[in-house]
Write a protein of this length. Structure first.
Length: 976
């Protein structure tokens, strides 16, 4: 108890920086009192209603939309220890409606819901498996009866009707947050729905949603990083819920839920004096607070229990843990750090960047750039009660994980001895300044900052003062911090490659598909639709007006968009060639990041760019190369000199190349045991193009070993000899920029055309063909895909947008409803008909589901039914149509997006904004048009099917019923 009180006292005294230049001032606005912070560049307002509800209003008028966050200060650390995962499951259930939303007759429905609740309590108190199966049959049966009185996904449909394009939520250690991004003319409707949602929730459609959550659990079981993350927290925090329980909870607790316990959690923490409403975007302060008060002001406050925890014992010696998963090996090291409001928290953030910032940190410079490890990085993760410094690394071929750990810890020793440049501190602060400017551009970015401050009870004035406070931190302060927090008090987690011995297998329950009632509407929804909203008019891009066109050479056009918001810039050199034009190009680009110029070393270049807070990169794709850099306009010309020097005068280094090649081969080997790389990249390309495809025809390992440094530097040097474009977004006008670039970017009189592109034949789907790769995992991932016969046609844009919105594109779509909502077969599932990026290329249709291995046959049959049998709902189509219109009305394409939208339009043979056609034509689309499109493009068609899963967990006969099965080895699909 003494330790607990000590920690609480430490947190209390660490809440402010004392007197700083940012002070909160109370203001009056009619009946409302709010605070602002003097010197706040964002002019954000902070209110507290009489019931304790906090309201944060942030104005950003770049587009007529408002991003909202409704957050409770309760997360997985507040879960009962015997019912872990409860906060996260409650998050899911708060999408299921209320006494007025998602129901046809709640008075009748609640009788069955109570019966389901009682059956679950009986189920949880029974250990006999036979009895549990019988009880579950009862749960399934009553749930189906109850579903006939429910309207699945009605909340999602309402949000679609309001034009929200960000319906989502997340649960973390200390908060649960619910997000929407709606047109500003629907703010009042949004608040009316959220008031009903949070004050009168009903936990219906329970057993299918529970199975969905378990599929999410399966999904994360298959992700190695999350396993490391959980083990790290368990090692560092043996008493605190950060480490004793996880956000998703245990399999045992997930499979034995208690509905009364969930309601108890809701009643305890979902009260106004424990919550915040954050609105950021195109809002009016006075009107917004009035509306929030109108809908939430009468909400009754509650007694929120204080969170108390027992202090962790000091870690007196290094601790080691080992886990095994099928993917690539790595090591992670964790140190406990101060809590987020502690006086040392800023030093922890600085130390994180001094160690690892992607350019000039100790780990970047000494390990990554020197190629002593395959990968390494560090980041801080500070929470309300504790924090941690997380360091991680991957080994080179034949390198022991303990050596990787030692090399990383050596960088800590350099920190402790002061063996680092002091200007790293100033450079880090400069980068923080730029990052803050960038976040201020986005209402979403700002809302998430406010959300973190609310969760951790940190003040806005302290946040604003952080950069000034960082400026007071010197090298000696960092050294003292390092010696105080970094000792033999760390935890190491070694993730080895092998069979996952901790994987949990639970037999699938027998679930009967519930009734969806997609053509029905609640009275609440009907009344909401009847309420008028002020109309918004779409604003389309006019490329000739929105872009200032110039040129610095006959073959180098310049496209300029003016920045009127701040002093940030972005500049791009764009080449219409890529990996398919020059096979060695991606390796030359990667090599460039490891070497210097004739006048400056790689270390010097990266240090200078970092201290200027310039983000520089060069990247390639199949058909594009981007050389780009961003930062403060005042540093642009200096950065341009550095980048031009590097590209025009790269210094060959054969030793660096040879190390890079061996690292690349190791990285390739790691990809062959990474399920995401297998499914989404290698196998996807194989199923699209066959045995010879863009993915597996890169240079072989032997060809890589034959590369010479000089040929790669010559390739880089020749880059600006090819035709290219320059894009610029910033405050410098086009004429000035033209003159400047003619000096800083000298070009030959005649520039080269691009080399010929390698072409690949697309694989036809003449029959259902399964391409299967065996991989040890809890789920099986299934993708159905086929190329359409027709090339791009802008006349199809409207019907394609309609199909994607209605059938497969979001949480209110048919695919989502049938696969996830009705049957609980997946956490992630979708369908699409994708538009090609070039006018000569064909469209592509695809469907995806990830499900527990023993549900494979059921999930595939359900998906095939959706493909072959169109599901009709006039009401759902009306919702989808309205969502499309509202999205276009409220969307504003700005900044660099204008440039890239024009680039995309030109590649499709267009010179105008295609949204204009869609908005004009969407009202004339009827459901039968979508049905006809579905029949022409999908119904009764053959599919190429890719599948990755554990063969031993699958019924092979079920697999062969789908189509001819071709089992592939990783060497077949990777080509190395």
């Amino acid at each position: 108890m003494k330790n607990l009180l000590l920690i609480l006292c430490v947190l209390a005294v660490g809440t402010t920086f004392g007197q700083n230049s940012y002070q909160a001032v109370e203001m009056k606005d009619g009946p409302y009192t709010y605070s602002i912070v003097e010197g706040d560049p964002t002019n954000t307002r902070f209110y507290t209603l009489d019931n304790g509800l906090q309201v944060i209003l942030h104005e950003n008028r770049t587009e007529p939309k408002i991003f909202s966050l409704f957050t409770t200060r309760a997360g997985s650390k507040n879960d009962p220890s015997d019912k872990t995962g409860l906060a996260h499951y409650l998050e899911h259930l708060l999408f299921k409606g209320t006494q007025s939303i998602g129901t046809l007759d709640y008075e009748k429905e609640k009788v069955y819901l109570k019966e389901i609740e009682n059956l679950y309590e009986k189920y949880n108190s029974t250990s006999d498996e036979g009895e549990r199966k019988e009880i579950y049959k009862g749960i399934d049966s009553v749930s189906n009866i109850a579903s006939q009185l429910a309207i699945a996904n009605e909340y999602d449909k309402i949000m679609s009707t309001l034009g929200s394009d960000f319906t989502n939520a997340f649960t973390s250690f200390e908060n649960t947050s619910y997000m929407e991004f709606v047109p500003s003319n629907n703010l009042e409707k949004l608040l009316a729905v959220q008031q009903e949602r949070f004050e009168n929730p009903v936990f219906r459609l329970f057993h299918t949603e529970l199975e969905t959550v378990y599929e999410e659990y399966n999904m994360y079981q298959d992700e190695g990083f999350f396993r490391i993350f959980d083990q790290m927290f368990a090692g560092l925090f043996k008493k605190h819920p950060y480490g004793t329980q996880t956000t998703l909870g245990t399999a045992e607790h997930l499979k034995n839920p208690s509905i009364p316990a969930i309601y108890n959690f809701y009643n305890k923490y979902y009260v106004p004096n424990n919550m915040v409403v954050i609105l950021a975007g195109d809002l009016d302060f006075e009107e917004s607070i009035r509306l929030v008060d109108k809908y939430f002001g009468d909400w009754e406050k509650g007694d929120v229990p204080n969170f108390a925890f027992e202090a962790e014992d000091p870690i007196s010696q290094p601790e080691e843990y080992y886990i095994t998963t099928p993917d690539e090996e790595s090591v992670a090291i964790g140190f406990r750090m101060p809590a987020i409001k502690d006086q040392d928290a800023l030093k922890a953030a600085l130390v994180s960047y001094i160690l690892s910032n992607g350019k000039s940190g100790l780990i970047d410079r000494n390990l990554v750039k020197e190629q002593k490890v395959l990968e390494a990085e560090a980041f801080d993760y500070l929470l309300s009660d504790y924090g941690l410094m997380f360091l991680t690394g991957r080994p080179l071929e034949g390198q022991d994980l303990k050596e990787v750990r030692t090399l990383i810890l050596d960088q800590i020793d350099l920190l402790k001895s002061g063996d680092f440049d002091e200007d790293l501190i100033e450079g880090t602060i400069n980068n923080f300044k730029v990052n803050r400017l960038r976040r201020q551009e986005s209402p979403i970015g700002m809302a998430l900052i406010f959300n973190e401050l609310f969760t951790t009870e940190k003040s806005w004035e302290d946040y604003l003062a952080e950069l000034d406070e960082m400026g007071k931190i010197g090298k000696s302060d960092i050294v003292n911090f390092a010696n105080r927090y970094f000792a033999d008090n760390h935890v190491s987690v070694y993730k080895l490659t092998g069979k996952d011995s901790l994987a949990i297998k639970i037999e699938k329950p027998e679930i009967t598909a519930i009734t969806i009632n997609r053509d029905d509407q609640s009275e609440f929804f009907k009344k909401l639709e009847e309420q008028p909203s002020e109309s918004l008019q779409p604003v389309y891009l006019d490329f000739q007006e929105d872009i200032d066109f110039g040129k610095i050479h006959d073959d180098v056009p310049l496209w300029v968009v003016n920045n009127t918001l701040n002093s940030l810039f972005s500049q791009y050199f764009v080449f219409d060639m890529g990996n398919l034009h020059i096979q060695k190009l991606p390796f030359a680009v990667e090599y460039l990041k490891l070497i210097g110029s004739e006048s400056k070393s790689n270390e010097q270049l990266n240090k200078e760019l970092y201290n200027l807070a310039i983000n520089f990169n060069i990247s390639t794709s199949d058909e594009l190369v981007y050389v780009w850099f961003t930062g403060l306009e005042e540093n642009r010309q200096e950065a341009m000199k550095i980048i031009q020097d590097l590209i025009r005068n790269p210094k060959p280094n054969q030793e660096a190349l040879e190390k890079m090649v061996e690292a690349k081969i190791k990285e390739r080997n790691d990809k062959t045991i990474n399920k995401d790389e297998i499914f989404f990249s290698a196998l996807n390309n194989f199923v699209d193009y066959g045995e010879v495809n863009p993915y597996n025809t890169a240079l072989s390992n032997e060809e890589l070993r034959q590369l010479k440094a000089e040929e790669l530097t010559e390739l880089i040097q020749s880059l600006f000899d090819y035709k290219h474009r320059i894009y610029y977004y910033g405050v410098t006008d086009k004429d000035q920029l033209e003159n400047e670039l003619k000096e800083s970017h000298p070009l030959k009189a005649s520039l080269k055309d691009y080399p010929a592109k390698r072409e690949f034949k697309r694989l036809k789907a003449d029959k259902n063909q399964v391409y299967f790769v065996d991989y040890d995992m809890a789920q099986v991932e299934i993708g159905l895909q086929r190329w359409d016969e027709e090339p791009y046609d802008p006349a199809d844009a409207t019907i394609i947008r309609a199909f994607n919105e209605y059938y497969g594109g979001n949480m209110s779509s048919v695919v989502f409803q049938e696969i996830r909502e009705a049957r609980g077969l997946a956490y992630s599932t979708y369908g699409f008909f994708s538009t090609p990026s070039k006018k000569e290329d064909p469209y592509k249709a695809g469907f995806y589901v990830g499900t527990q291995s023993d549900k494979m046959a059921i999930a595939f049959d359900a998906m095939l039914d959706l493909i072959n049998n169109f599901k009709e709902s006039e009401q759902s189509w009306n919702v989808s149509k309205g969502a499309i219109k509202k999205a276009i009305e409220a969307e504003r394409i700005t900044k660099t997006a204008i440039l890239f939208n024009y680039q995309a339009a030109l590649k499709r043979g267009l010179d105008y904004d295609i949204r204009k056609d869609i908005y004009k034509n969407i009202d004339s689309v009827v459901l039968q048009d979508i049905k006809k499109f579905h029949a022409e493009k999908m119904k009764d068609r053959s599919w190429n099917i890719r599948m990755v899963g554990a063969k031993e967990k699958l019924n092979w006969e079920d697999l062969e019923k789908i189509g001819e099965v071709k089992e592939l080895k990783t060497k077949d699909i990777f080509g190395y």
